[in-house]
Design a protein around this ligand. Structure first.
Ligand code: SF4
Ligand code: SF4
Length: 326
């Protein structure tokens, strides 16, 4: 999208009602790397459309591009996502490399992969490298989790959380364990701190599980979640809910001001959601920006690529990869 178009989307017009300059990239703090769409689950809300047949996997050359970028831009937060990033064949190599040159490493996991024989050695590697774990746990009720993420998911997730607690995740100050809640229907999440209290009480009482923070996320109407909404004839209603709940107070902390997202081919986006909707960052020569040639100075004060799905980030309490915003 060229600069003029970037400044004239419905979302950007809404932003300009309170922020005359619109939404501008500020300073790079987080490199989010999407290792691909392979996953052991096929959740109904997945905006990536990931699953066991996923065939978009970041190759070794692209992993090395990421490593070089981290070397040249030290002290960033490295946020590793997928699919299920624990299933990537180079995950331990990337983490071991990044440990000394990043401010923090975060990995997003669906938990169930961590109890699979093939991957259950990984939590120890995460622990050795003080990797922060951000784990999907959309409810503390078996019925709701299994409905959204497939039968048997809840039981495996509880086992994975108990195993993480055993190696001190959620207990030791250097071993943070966060959980992620997202609604299982066309609605906004409840208030984060109150829901966190309920999660902590129920998980501790019923399963002896402790964790650090709960991140509530708004479902973004893309991928499998968009298909689900359309099938249920709820898509337009959901978009309207997002628009009706637009909250300008969320703009100060919106993640795309300080984050870029890299896909399995090394192409760079303002966020994971623009990646899913295939809206990469375009340079002055109209080429797609790749991690090999990305220079944050080129983006400084550039308008961000915004689209209708951006209303998910500003609805209600707002939403980002680390939960609510206001
Ligand atoms: S939502 Fe997460 S766990 Fe579920 S299919 Fe997508 S990537 Fe896998
Ligand atoms: S969807 Fe991405 S680009 Fe749009 S507001 Fe959210 S973080 Fe920013």
């Amino acid at each position: 999208m060229n600069k003029n178009k970037r400044e004239s989307t419905a979302f950007m017009k809404k932003v300009k009602e309170t922020n005359k300059q619109g939404l501008l990239f500020d300073k790079l703090e987080t490199l989010q790397v999407n290792l691909g769409n392979i996953c052991n689950q096929t959740c109904s809300h997945c905006h990536i459309g990931a699953g066991p047949k996923g065939d978009h996997i970041m190759d070794e050359a692209r992993i090395e591009d990421v490593m070089l970028f981290l070397t040249n831009n030290p002290n960033l937060i490295l946020d590793i996502t997928g699919g299920e990033p624990s299933m990537h064949p180079q995950i331990d190599r990337l983490i071991n490399f990044a440990r000394g040159i990043t401010k923090k490493i975060m990995i997003r996991t669906n938990l169930t992969a961590l109890v699979d024989d093939k991957y259950k050695h990984l939590p120890e590697i995460y622990k050795q490298n003080k990797v922060e774990i951000v784990a999907s746990m959309p409810c503390f009720s078996q019925e709701n989790v299994d409905y959204q993420r497939g039968n048997g998911t809840f039981e495996k997730s509880i086992l994975a959380l108990q195993n993480l607690n055993k190696i001190k995740y959620g207990k030791n100050e250097n071993l943070n364990l966060h959980l992620v809640y997202n609604p299982n229907s066309a609605m906004l999440p409840p208030e984060q701190k109150q829901l966190e209290k309920d999660y902590k009480r129920v998980l501790q009482k019923n399963y002896g599980i402790v964790f650090n923070n709960l991140f509530t996320m708004v479902n973004v109407p893309l991928g499998r979640f968009a298909a689900f909404l359309k099938k249920e004839n709820q898509y337009d209603r959901y978009i309207q809910i997002l628009k009706d709940n637009y909250n300008p107070a969320t703009l100060d902390n919106i993640m795309c001001k300080n984050l870029i997202s890299v896909d399995w081919k090394g192409n760079v986006y303002n966020c994971d959601f623009n990646q899913i909707s295939n809206q990469p960052i375009i340079n002055a020569d109209s080429g797609v920006v790749n991690i090999r040639n990305f220079n944050q100075k080129d983006l400084k004060k550039q308008p961000i690529e915004t689209h209708e799905h951006c209303f998910a980030c500003t609805a209600g309490h707002g939403s980002s990869c680390t939960g609510s915003l206001d």
